[in-house]
Design a protein around this ligand. Structure first.
Ligand code: HAM
Length: 422
């Protein structure tokens, strides 16, 4: 049968047999955030398009090419969120969530949307987990934010990743760096891709992000931002590195990290999977000290990161880390006869109300088929009820792992499972 409807390109279903994995990593992220005292925020999946245009920047790929932008029935221009930081900062401003000396620590998860060319690890609807710390520019916070990301990846069991860090300076020091970049690229202008030729005029830092082979080659000997940091940014950067050492988080310095969004300043970092090919950035983040003021709030500094669940799952698969097995019912009922089934479904409801997971095979009649179904769903016990047992107020309980079986009184079932729990 050919399905009548196709999924939009770059999207996918999370099917029931994969859901447990997703739930497991979502729960893990949430637990770790709570351990570091970050609490959850949820924002809508669409916002005024202008929010993203202002914060992410006109010359970024996200704004230039990838936003799902639409008009609603009243002509208002919205966009499906391509990322979570701008909406979080919007909400922090609107709800006055940061006070002097009282920063806010937030985490979030959910679908994001970017109209990019889909490939392994890159989708049009993908799912991010992220955190934001707004209200302090203390370099310790940079290290703490990074530490949370590292703890998350480590506790999932990942080994083959590295943390790369950089400082991209602030508006005061990036002027000279941009000038140096322009001077460096100018002689190669005609060999750059069309996008980079435009970037060279509008926002030369974006050239460092380009994935086109020829541009990458030209960028090999590009000046390093680290040679252009002013004293304030250098001291901050050195201090972040010191804190990372204190917290025993290994890192490598990568002066090429510029990040694809315009709101960043000072610290920028990425956790990169050393096994994955093209889409290897598991987590990307950095400081965004001017963003809150830019979005109409007080001038509180911020820092955060986000990672994609899809890439995380790919990494876990490559490292052969398995988790999140599908749950199996404790009790699988096998009914022999109509009367047993009629009474049995009442019993099932009673047990479910009591917190015991039960199931049965509605459309199977023979004992063999029902026992097969019990095995297939990896139930712990088969509870066999025939008309004879019903007459004697009994039920046969078979331990499917051990193969042993016993008869127990119907009135004692809950007791039986309670004893198994303790
Ligand atoms: P980003 O680097 O654009 O940063 O995205 C963060 C992560 O989301 C990437 O490292 C990747 O794991 C995942 N990701 C991005 N695009 C896709 C895609 N098309 N398909 C699958 N996964 C994807 C941000 O979004 C910033 N808001 C991060 C941040 C938070 N900075 C400060 N706070």
């Amino acid at each position: 049968m050919t399905p009548k409807y196709k999924l939009p390109r770059g999207t996918f279903d999370i099917l029931p047999d994969q859901s447990k994995k997703w739930q497991f990593i979502r729960d893990k992220f949430q637990q770790i955030c709570e351990r570091y005292a970050y609490f959850e925020i949820q924002t809508p999946i669409f916002e005024q398009a202008d929010l993203f245009e202002r914060s992410i920047g006109d010359t970024s790929d996200i704004i230039e090419k990838e936003m799902y932008k639409f008009k609603d029935k009243k002509g208002r221009i919205y966009a499906l969120r391509p990322e979570g930081t701008a909406p979080v900062v919007r909400s922090v401003v609107a709800n006055n969530l940061v006070q002097p000396q009282n920063p806010i620590k937030i985490h979030y998860m959910g679908p994001m949307f970017r109209y990019d060319r889909p490939q392994k690890g890159r989708y049009r609807q993908f799912h991010q987990y992220g955190i934001e710390f707004i209200g302090s520019d203390d370099p310790y916070i940079d290290a703490e934010v990074i530490a949370l990301g590292d703890t998350f990846l480590k506790e999932l069991g990942l080994k083959n990743y590295t943390l790369e860090i950089n400082s991209i300076g602030c508006p005061d020091c990036s002027g000279d760096f941009e000038k140096a970049l322009k001077e460096y690229y100018e002689p190669y202008k005609d060999s750059l891709c069309n996008d980079c030729q435009i970037r060279l005029d509008k926002n030369p830092k974006r050239l460092l992000d380009c994935k086109v082979q020829e541009c990458k080659k030209i960028s090999e000997n590009v000046p390093s931002i680290l040679d252009y940091l002013d004293d304030k940014c250098r001291i901050h950067y050195d201090s972040v590195k010191k804190y990372l050492k204190d917290l025993e988080i290994p890192f490598i310095i990568n002066p090429r990290i510029v990040r694809g969004l315009d709101y960043y300043s000072q610290t920028a970092f990425e956790f990169v999977d050393t096994n994955l090919g093209a889409q290897s950035t598991l987590i990307g983040g950095g400081r965004y000290n001017g963003l809150m003021a830019q979005l109409g709030g007080k001038d509180y500094p911020g820092i955060g990161f986000a990672g994609g669940f899809e890439r995380l799952l790919l990494s876990l698969e490559v490292e052969k880390i398995s988790f999140g097995e599908s749950p199996s019912p404790t009790a699988f009922f096998v009914f022999l006869g109509k009367k047993a089934k009629k009474e049995g479904i009442k019993l099932i409801q009673q047990l479910r109300r009591y917190g015991i997971s039960c199931d049965f095979a509605l459309q199977k009649e023979s004992m063999k088929a029902q026992m097969k179904a019990a095995d297939k769903c990896k139930a712990k016990f088969a509870l066999i009820l025939g008309d004879n047992e019903l007459e004697n107020n009994e039920i046969v309980v078979k331990d499917l792992a051990l193969g042993s079986q016993q008869k127990i009184g119907l009135a004692n079932i809950i007791d039986f499972f309670n004893k198994k729990k303790s």
